[in-house]
Design a protein around this ligand. Structure first.
Ligand SMILES: [Zn+2]
Length: 348
């Protein structure tokens, strides 16, 4: 039952149970997988199982009722340490990593071990990773380090080689719909199924796309890009900027909306590539097909590939805290140049 609310990752639970039954608690784990699929909730549940005072840890079944389990649930267990990238920074601060290493070395307050959950591990600078390496090589007795990452490719080999990497798959539609209902994020099973279809395995993405104003702006943007008469790049950049600003006063909300929009653009151009290849594009919205076909018949695949790549580049710049008005300006200009490049096929 305690794993019951963790949906879609039963295989990982079984793998970890097998490891625990062999009598060895791994001292360092990397949970790798896309954003918004429950890695953090899973890590917290694992910490609860390892700190539970009633259930033997090799069973990985936290009782959910002992003081230790309740403290983990409340986020107040003194032996469960966490570090995450601040929302307004592009990297995990080295100071936070140093403090974590120091705290891990202290005697456990209530149990027999300390556990650290390190979020956004792919944003660790080389300097922070090196500061962390000594703890990883010689962890304090009983310590368990759980690193969460969306990309092992962005992590140093010296870190990866000292951890057991566990891959988390995106949730399937049925599990995602259940998670949305469990968390009270969908008003009805029908709503949950609709959002799960759009979500492509991620709770975060499903919720972002549940916003009607986002869907409207998305539709207008994709139709503008595919319009045969082209578009005014300055006006497009201005509209994008205004729409992102409307997400709210907090920079985090604006950046989250910008990330989702860039993700949608990259997916849209991927759909055009599928169309180029004569395949049915994998888009959740049937209204995308007209725009995709219009571009698919007009553009060479090489150009579509550059457009998709340009979206990923903008995403990377966004993560590096790029100045947003400049990002939209440059993106709109490049879209205009690429969409109307001489390499485009003549209109049939
Ligand atoms: Zn317990």
């Amino acid at each position: 039952m305690p794993w019951g609310s963790i949906r879609g990752h039963d295989q990982v639970v079984e793998t970890l149970r097998a490891v625990m039954h062999s009598g060895r608690v791994p001292h360092a784990l990397i949970f790798a997988g896309p954003e918004g699929i429950g890695k953090n909730a899973f890590a917290t549940r694992l910490a609860q199982a390892l700190l539970c005072t009633r259930s033997p840890e090799h069973r990985l079944e936290p009782c959910g009722q002992c003081p230790s389990c309740l403290q983990v649930q409340a986020g107040s267990h003194p032996d469960l340490l966490r570090v995450a990238k601040p929302e307004d920074r592009s990297e995990l601060p080295i100071q936070a990593m140093r403090e974590l290493c120091r705290d891990l070395g202290l005697k456990p307050m209530s149990g027999h071990r300390r556990i650290a959950i390190i979020e956004d591990a792919q944003t660790m600078s080389d300097e922070a990773a090196n500061a962390f390496l000594k703890t990883l090589e010689e962890p304090p007795p009983g310590a368990v380090l759980i690193l969460l990452t969306t990309s092992t490719e962005l992590m140093l080999d010296t870190i990866l080689s000292r951890c057991r990497v566990i891959r988390f798959e995106p949730l399937n539609e049925s599990d995602l719909a259940d998670v949305l209902i469990d968390k009270g994020l969908a008003a009805s099973p029908q709503e949950a199924r609709r959002l799960a279809h759009w979500g492509d395995g991620s709770v975060e993405r499903a919720l972002g796309l549940a916003d009607p104003s986002f869907l409207k702006a998305r539709r207008e943007l994709l139709d503008a890009l595919a319009h045969p008469n082209g578009f005014d790049p300055s006006a497009l950049a201005r509209d994008l900027h205004e729409f992102i600003q409307e997400a709210g006063k907090e920079a985090t909300l604006r950046r989250r909306r910008a990330a989702l929009l860039l993700d949608e653009l990259a997916r849209f151009f991927r759909g055009v590539l599928w169309c180029n290849a004569g395949l049915v594009p994998p888009t959740p919205d049937p209204d995308d097909h007209a725009a995709i076909e219009r571009l698919g018949t007009r553009l060479e695949p090489e150009i579509v590939f550059l457009l998709a790549e340009r979206c990923l580049e903008a995403h990377y710049q966004l993560e590096r805290m790029a100045y947003l008005p400049a990002l939209w300006d440059a993106l709109a200009c490049d879209f205009d140049r690429l969409l109307h490049a001489s390499a485009s096929k003549s209109v049939q």
